[in-house]
Design a binder for this molecule. Structure first.
Ligand code: URA
Length: 241
């Protein structure tokens, strides 16, 4: 349960690289629950007390949040031009969080924030197929059939994209706009905007309404909530399929 290799835990606490941590272990500088451990391969849980040179490690608890990113916020941990960034919303959280993937400055919606690097890499890795659902307001009034190329896998900038689910949710003939729902599992830069532009319907407004099984239910822009163990587990399971 939540076991990790000793050298990984030491490295994650920022004390040394994993390689250097291994040396520290074999040199007898590391204790687990006040007993010196000199062999590699020992695993510890968050309950174990790990010390290096007699100094206990302060271990960051893994944190996972679902954030409703508002429009007009940069998906980054800092901005040299002083614009608002997603981490500004998490000032009361002690752990150093970062976003899993990115949403454009003018896109709102579901964004996971975590301090678990392995989890973040897993969620973003192209070989994992986590569905991301978007709702876009587009210029023009498409017929369902006009979105067919997106369902079949459109080629953009010389790259054939995976098949997407695409449907028109509503049409406003007076304003000449429509609302389109698109579900994709890749995460290329500006992918949804490029896809809809490629079929002739540029995006006016974009929101990510679901990330895998997570929806924005109960959240307002700028709100966040902790993910339950069950949800973290479900996301890992979905990534594995
Ligand atoms: N696709 C886009 O075009 N923008 C986003 O922010 C996310 C997906």
């Amino acid at each position: 349960m939540n076991e990790e290799r000793l050298q990984k835990v030491i490295a994650a606490a920022g004390v040394a690289s994993r390689r250097h941590a291994e040396e520290m272990i074999t040199q007898g500088r590391v204790t687990v629950n006040d007993h010196v451990v000199r062999v590699l391969g020992v695993k510890v849980t968050p309950e174990d007390k790990v010390s290096v040179d007699g100094v206990p490690l302060t271990r960051e608890k893994k944190q996972y949040f679902l954030f409703y990113k508002p429009r007009g916020v940069i998906t980054a941990v800092s901005d040299d031009k002083g614009r608002k960034v997603v981490t500004d919303f998490f000032e009361e959280v002690q752990e150093r969080l970062y976003p899993v993937g990115r949403l454009d400055y003018d896109t709102s919606g579901a964004l996971i924030m975590t301090n678990d690097g392995d989890f973040a890499n897993m969620m973003m890795h192209p070989k994992f197929n986590i569905d991301k659902q978007y709702v876009a307001k587009v210029k023009g009034v498409p017929q369902g059939v006009e979105l067919m190329p997106l369902r079949q896998g459109i080629t953009i900038e010389g790259r054939k994209l995976a098949k997407a689910k695409a449907k028109v949710l509503s049409r406003d003939r007076t304003k000449q706009t429509a609302i389109v729902e698109l579900t994709i599992h890749q995460g290329l830069n500006h992918q949804v905007k490029k896809m809809l532009k490629a079929v002739g319907y540029p995006v006016l407004k974009l929101s990510r309404v679901a990330f895998g099984p997570l929806t924005l239910d109960g959240l307002q822009p700028g709100d966040y909530r902790k993910l339950s163990h069950h949800e973290v587990h479900a996301l890992k399971g979905e990534a594995g399929n």
